[in-house]
Design a protein around this ligand. Structure first.
Ligand code: FES
Ligand SMILES: [Fe+2]
Length: 421
């Protein structure tokens, strides 16, 4: 069976039958509500006029940008190893003495919250002979113990115990702690830089996007589930989160039922961006007084943190958070898709939440990513041409312009963000 036939099979198996219920929340207040009302006002005008936010012109990128090995290695070195990556939500390390191990762009990382509540990020690599210390996942512990010869480390990375120490021979234990990575906690997220010794300036990196992120109140949320999803090249994947031009054609029985197609607003915030779609429900409220508007039931924002974290359904009771990262191969990415709730999950909520979780997994993988695998095959088999991004795809244009800008700045100046320590 060819790759394309396999993909078609998967898509057919995953086609969701039940649409999950969208549940509004009361997370919006003060300035965040005003901002959301202004977004709803812009979307209402687009629904009335059958328009959408537009970039000044079209934009193009060579197709090779999605398949070129050398460019991919530069993206990993200049982007993914130099900028702060949101590798966890703060609520995933909720307690003192907890850890989370994750692989990011092929680098094994362990995040910990120590006995004083302080967060650390370290390479998950033993300083004896390099074994992986923790398997992927999270848990509670007071020490990280290597499975190979049982060396143990404190949650701050200090080497504490060497099995059979009297037989091992003398060495400086203080020089054999786990290798520390720069880490900062902000807006309910834990940001890690994969290059030791760099310094994260999180306020400079988030800029005016920080209040947008903070309005999600991530530090008060609860994680219901987390699933890994393979995908094609990371840029092929992220494009799908940043436009609603494809809703009617690719998602006629799913997202296209709840969202208008090709009806969106776009705002850029430094490297980050927000794209919001008009929900079909908005059509019922066009003439209502604005004081009665509920943006959480009528606006579908994607709050998007560079280089690949998308919060969808951001102001509702239930949302998804997808973190897209490259693997070590140009044509493969990995997405961690989480379902997040605003109120603690009770046993009664579980069946509905499972439907919600499966719906978004099935739509994202079975519709978007399967289409992305086709794009990947396409770009591998045409040369000397370009991808063309329309005026109605400003979010996609913006992310490519941001990638190009940061690649150039990080290459020519050695660094932009974070700055060298
Ligand atoms: S490699 Fe970890 S204890 Fe030997
Ligand atoms: Fe999609």
């Amino acid at each position: 069976m060819t790759e394309l036939a396999q993909h078609k099979d998967v898509a057919e198996q995953l086609a969701p039958e039940v649409l999950p219920e969208y549940i509004a929340s009361n997370v919006l207040d003060g300035a965040a509500r005003e901002e959301a009302i202004s977004m709803m006002r812009r979307l209402a005008a687009h629904v009335r006029n059958k328009t959408t936010d537009q970039a000044p012109g079209n934009f193009q990128e060579p197709v090779e940008n999605y398949a070129d090995e050398e460019l991919f290695r530069s993206e990993v070195e200049l982007l993914f190893k130099r900028i702060p990556l949101p590798l966890a939500l703060s609520v995933e390390l909720p307690e003192k003495n907890s850890y989370r191990a994750i692989e990011a762009v092929g680098v094994p990382v362990v995040l910990t919250r120590d006995a004083r509540g302080e967060v650390h990020a370290m390479l998950n690599i033993c300083r004896h002979r390099g074994a992986l210390i923790c398997g992927e996942g999270r848990g509670s512990t007071r020490a990280l113990t290597c499975p190979y010869h049982a060396w143990s480390y404190g949650l701050d990375g200090e080497l504490k115990g060497v099995y059979g120490e009297s037989t091992f021979g003398e060495f400086d234990k203080s020089d054999r702690g786990l290798i520390q990575l720069p880490v900062v906690e902000a807006a309910g997220l834990i940001f890690v830089c994969l290059t030791p010794g760099l310094q994260i300036d999180i306020d400079a990196w988030l800029g005016d996007f920080k209040p947008v992120l903070e309005s999600l109140k991530l530090d008060q949320c609860h994680i219901f589930s987390s699933r890994m999803m393979p995908g094609p090249n990371w840029k092929v994947v992220i494009e799908g989160y940043l436009e609603g031009y494809h809703f009617a054609s690719l998602h006629p029985n799913t997202v296209g039922k709840s969202n208008f197609s090709n009806t969106a607003i776009f705002d850029g915030f430094g490297a980050h961006e927000r794209v919001a779609f008009a929900l079909r429900n908005l059509e019922n409220h066009l003439d209502d007084p604005e004081e009665t508007w509920d943006p959480s039931a009528n606006v579908g924002p994607i709050i998007w943190l560079f280089p690949g974290m998308a919060f969808a359904g951001s102001w509702r009771e239930r949302m998804t958070c997808s973190l897209v990262l490259p693997t070590t191969k140009v044509d493969a990415s990995i997405t961690e898709q989480r379902v997040i709730t605003r109120t603690p999950v009770t046993p009664d909520d579980v069946p509905d939440l499972e439907i919600f979780r499966d719906f978004f997994y099935d739509v994202t993988y079975g519709e978007d990513y399967i289409t992305g695998y086709g794009v990947q095959k396409g770009v591998r088999n045409v040369g000397g041409t370009t991808q063309l991004y329309g005026r109605n795809e400003p979010g996609v244009q913006y992310v490519h312009q941001t990638i190009n800008r940061l690649m150039k700045e990080n290459f020519t100046e050695g660094h932009v963000l974070p700055r060298e320590a």
